[in-house]
Design a protein around this ligand. Structure first.
Ligand code: ADP
Length: 226
């Protein structure tokens, strides 16, 4: 479960300070399938990065899986993220000159939960089968279509069997049909028990999710469950 209370985050840069989150309260139960909507600059990515242990926050409380994130030091945070959270980004963030198999193996290099050569091979193969990319596993990333790259990125996100999958505009670079296929894949993962949180601008993409929150100017202004 994720429990967020009065979360605030300010960025300080050369052009001044920017209050990205101004007091967010949010509870996400295990097994939810949540879309985060809102205009560019609303604070969506900031929220996702904080839940995903990529970014720190100024004040408030963020509890993920029973752990108060502000209490974790950098090392503990990295271990927790690796084990608990899978992240998928719009631009895939894969290593083009590596094969599919190699890219999906990367999180296991840092994993404390999946140990040993055989277990690691099994984890990579299972993740690849889950996203339908097992047959192509020896291909290099550079040779793949956008949809295939996103499947590989999802396999990499799930290889450690995390409870939470966080995706920032995962269909932003894909055509409509491919976007639909990627959303079906997220639906399947959600049906298997994963908590899935997806940032999107697209109403059609959000409509696949079971709950939609809207962020405006650093605050949640709408929360629709269906
Ligand atoms: P969204 O994902 O909804 O487009 P973001 O969370 O990326 O919004 O950004 C929220 C606000 O914080 C924006 O005004 C953005 O310019 C600002 N911001 C985001 N990241 C940084 C950063 N690293 N440094 C300074 N300002 C930032």
């Amino acid at each position: 479960m994720i429990k967020i209370e009065n979360l605030k985050k300010t960025y300080n840069s050369t052009i001044g300070e920017c209050k990205a989150l101004k007091g967010v309260d949010l509870e996400i139960n295990n097994g939810e399938f949540l879309a985060v909507m809102g205009k560019s600059g609303a604070g969506k990515s900031t929220l996702l990065h904080i839940i995903g242990c990529i970014d720190k926050f100024d004040s408030g409380s963020v509890i993920v899986d029973g752990l108060e994130l502000s209490k974790l030091n950098d090392k503990k945070m990295a271990v927790f993220r690796n084990k608990t959270i899978g992240i998928v980004l719009q631009d895939f963030a894969l290593i083009p000159e590596y094969t599919i198999y190699e890219n999906v193996s990367i999180p296991l290099l840092f994993s404390k939960s999946v140990k040993g050569k055989i277990k690691r091979k099994e984890a990579v193969e299972n993740a690849l089968k889950e996203v339908g990319m097992y047959e192509l596993r020896r291909k290099k990333i550079a040779a793949l279509s956008g949809g295939q790259k996103q499947r590989v990125a999802i396999a990499r996100a799930i290889v450690n069997d995390p409870a939470y999958i966080l995706a920032d505009e995962p269909t932003g670079a894909l055509d409509k049909e491919t976007s639909g296929q990627i959303m079906s894949l997220f639906s399947e993962l959600n049906a298997k028990g994963k908590t899935v949180i997806i940032i999107t601008h697209d109403v059609e993409i959000a409509s696949v999710c079971k709950r939609i929150i809207t962020i405006e100017d650093g605050r949640i202004i709408k929360d629709d469950k269906r």
